[in-house]
Write a protein that binds this ligand. Structure first.
Ligand code: FE2
Length: 241
């Protein structure tokens, strides 16, 4: 499997606190059948995690990669950001101050949990108009989705893809996110499932259990599509239908 959303890069956000914790996360991921992780620290959040690409990021990424190799953990890592959507993303993405997933045409974007749909659609439209394919992080956690059953299809018709969180399918984010995430799987609307892991203790990057959950809810083929096939295409910057 390939995990396209994971806060494993230490010291940038509320994810891994230090390199030892990041390595524990790497071991947990590998032990659950994950062969690659795109690291996605929060970025561009006003008055919070800014995290534009800089030397600190590059150095931390290289160090984590070297440590994973040194400890013989069978896991690859690739660069990325979880980008908090604002109206001015194009320039920083073009200048690579904000990273798409593995330098592909797929930016991983998040929103305020109570952000209004008009604001969400406007910001996404700006990205789509630039030829990018935004991947909406955890749509099941947003009010504009849980309060409007047609929102997921509106996002997809706009040209976006949807990434459901492992934790939502495990009921970690309450009954609403649980119900919406189940519906996204059962109705084949989801395009990815990722860990959105923040630590080796809670919200871990272990994906084997959620592969089982999706297999039971829908099918093994769909679990493979969401956790392996589509994420692989992101790594190769290939089109996803
Ligand atoms: Fe996240």
């Amino acid at each position: 499997m390939v995990d396209i959303h994971c806060h494993i890069l230490p010291g940038f956000d509320d994810g891994a606190d230090n390199f030892e914790e990041a390595l524990r996360m790497a071991r947990i991921a590998a032990g659950g059948g994950t062969k690659a992780i795109i690291v996605t620290p929060h970025s561009n959040i006003p008055d919070s995690y800014q995290n534009y690409l800089d030397k600190l990021y590059v150095d931390a990424f290289k160090r984590l990669k070297a440590l994973i190799k040194e400890r013989n953990i069978p896991l690859k890592i690739y660069p990325g950001h979880e980008i908090f959507a604002t109206d001015d993303l194009i320039e920083p993405i073009k200048r690579k101050r904000l990273l798409t997933l593995c330098n592909s045409d797929y930016p991983l974007v998040e929103f305020g949990f109570r952000e209004r749909s008009e604001s969400v659609y406007r910001k996404l439209q700006l990205l789509v108009a630039e030829g990018l394919t935004p991947i909406v992080a955890h749509p099941e956690r947003y009010a504009f989705v849980s309060e409007n059953g047609s929102a997921p299809m509106t996002l997809k018709k706009m040209g976006c893809l949807l990434q459901v969180n492992k934790g939502s399918l495990k009921k970690s984010f309450g009954s609403t996110a649980y119900a919406v995430s189940q519906a996204l799987i059962i109705n084949e609307v989801a395009d990815f499932v990722a860990s959105d892991a923040h630590s080796p203790y809670m919200r871990t990057p272990y994906l084997a259990d959620v592969h089982e959950i999706i297999s039971e809810l829908h099918s093994k083929q769909y679990a493979d599509l969401l956790l392996s096939t589509n994420p692989e295409k992101v790594l190769k910057n290939e089109k996803i239908k």
